[in-house]
Design a protein around this ligand. Structure first.
Ligand SMILES: [Zn+2]
Length: 142
């Protein structure tokens, strides 16, 4: 998660309206096989890039994500939570839940699909990273 947070911090301020997220994927043996941050201007999301890089090796593995993976996308494309399920990951570890109305609920979807979900690893560092994003989301989408 430390690595994922460093990736997210690298993208801070460069991802437009979207939060800068860091994602590290480990295979079933716990070896890191892919990592990514949200692309400049906000797309693709970190999870999409990392899953693409990991491919089949992600099956049965664990994803460390700095922020709750999105539940749905405004574009109608598959959300990160759908993609994580499709990729066959066994476990998702998230630093903090998303307070954005469109992002929130991703973890429920993952749990519903049978993945093991853990929240709160390095939460304090993640809160500092997403404070502005959450405030903006609340004022802009209320
Ligand atoms: Zn996403």
């Amino acid at each position: 998660m430390g690595r994922a947070l460093r990736l997210a911090a690298e993208g801070y301020g460069r991802t437009g309206e979207n939060p800068s997220v860091g994602c590290v994927i480990c295979n079933r043996d716990g070896v890191a096989i892919a990592e990514a941050r949200t692309a400049d201007d906000g797309r693709p999301h970190a999870e999409e890039i990392a899953l693409e890089a990991a491919g089949e090796a992600a099956r049965g593995g664990t994803a460390y994500v700095t922020l709750e993976p999105c539940r749905e996308r405004t574009s109608g494309a598959p959300s990160c939570s759908e993609r994580l399920v499709e990729a066959g990951l066994a476990r998702i570890i998230v630093a903090i839940r998303d307070e954005h109305p469109q992002g929130a609920g991703g973890l429920d979807r993952l749990e519903g699909a049978g993945l093991a979900v853990e929240v709160g690893l390095k939460a304090r560092a993640a809160h500092a990273l997403y404070r502005d994003f959450f405030e903006h989301a609340k004022s802009g989408f209320s």
